[in-house]
Design a protein around this ligand. Structure first.
Ligand code: SF4
Length: 327
């Protein structure tokens, strides 16, 4: 009896990764999805896709290894702080380790030749394969017709002739395939990774210029609120709406400060983070009041929480504090 062939597929939840799974499954191969989490992306879309496809999903938190690459990518960045070539190589390397450890026959991804000019041209696909250390076992089923055959293809474990010849930026064929396969839900190709967002990347660059080794919490805070650099070691984050205020409140830690207007006043939740913070409290109260609904020139009562203690102060509302030192 022939042994069941098993493969591990990188699943972002985007259409290409879903179609790659469908194409591999058409050969009767058993597929397990693999997705990753860091402070810059999560596995929510992958989980949704895995549920839709009915495949098991392994989720790995790769924050530490991934962040090393974000800070210093051997093959450089894309348009923003996205180190896509090295990020892909890391993901394939991790997939390779799982393949070896758990007896899968090969790894595959939804990469499409020349779909992304920098990270998915022929040279980049080659670098990803080589750098990962699993070149011989990495199949790109959607573009395999244009690429060298891997070991499982040469050995006939999988049928190379059933793989595809997709290439380029047009997604017409993928959309037609999605219809054929009955794939109804898939996210927009642009979304998902904060490192491809210009505003987020600027904040990250700014943070790294003051602190080469930020905590996961600091990285998570980058996606929230308005940010003010008060000093090399002091930063204020100001919630922009009720939802952000609630998240900021949940991220309060006793060594920092939380600054809020009195309950009866509509105003932001602000977190002051860093070291030697007490000298910035007056400024923070002014910034908090500047974003409240108290009219300019009028007194605004502000509460300052540190550890479990709350102190009160009053400042005169002045909207000019909205812009000074804003990142
Ligand atoms: S977009 Fe983000 S998650 Fe995707 S390869 Fe690039 S850096 Fe990695």
């Amino acid at each position: 009896m022939n042994k069941q062939v098993r493969a591990i597929g990188l699943l972002s939840g985007g259409l290409d990764s879903i179609l790659a799974i469908k194409v591999v499954q058409q050969q009767g191969i058993e597929v397990t999805g693999l997705s990753f989490v860091t402070p810059f992306f999560n596995a929510n879309a992958a989980q949704k896709a895995a549920d839709q496809l009915g495949v098991p999903l392994i989720i790995k938190d790769i924050t530490a290894e991934h962040f090393k690459i974000v800070k210093n990518p051997p093959h450089g960045y894309g348009k923003t702080m996205n180190p896509c070539i090295d990020c892909h190589a890391l993901m394939v390397k991790i997939a390779g380790g799982i393949m070896q450890g758990e007896g899968f026959d090969f790894i595959f991804t939804g990469e499409v030749l020349n779909e992304r000019p920098m990270s998915q041209n022929r040279a980049s696909l080659e670098i990803v394969a080589k750098t990962s250390g699993y070149k011989e076992y990495l199949i790109r089923p959607l573009s395999a017709k244009f690429l060298n055959q891997t070991k499982p293809e040469q050995e006939g474990i999988v049928d190379h002739s059933k793989f595809l010849d997709l290439q380029g930026r047009s997604r017409k064929r993928q959309i037609a395939m999605a219809r054929e396969f009955g794939v109804k839900e898939y996210p927009n190709p642009a979304g998902g990774c904060l490192l491809t967002d210009k505003g987020f990347s600027n904040r990250l660059r700014e943070l790294l210029s003051y602190n080469e080794d930020p905590s996961v919490r600091e990285l998570r805070l980058l996606r929230l609120g308005r940010h003010f650099r008060l000093a090399d070691t002091a930063k204020l984050i100001v919630g922009r709406n009720q939802q952000e205020n609630e998240v900021l409140e949940s991220l309060f830690e006793s060594q920092g400060y939380m600054i809020m207007t009195d309950d009866e006043i509509s105003g932001p939740t602000c977190l002051l983070i860093g070291d030697n913070l007490s000298e910035y409290l007056e400024r923070c109260a002014l910034i908090c009041a500047a974003y409240s609904d108290v009219a300019p020139g009028i007194e605004c009562p502000v509460n300052i929480k540190h550890a479990s203690k709350v102190s009160k102060t009053t400042v005169i509302t002045d909207r000019s504090h909205r812009e000074t030192d804003r990142i």
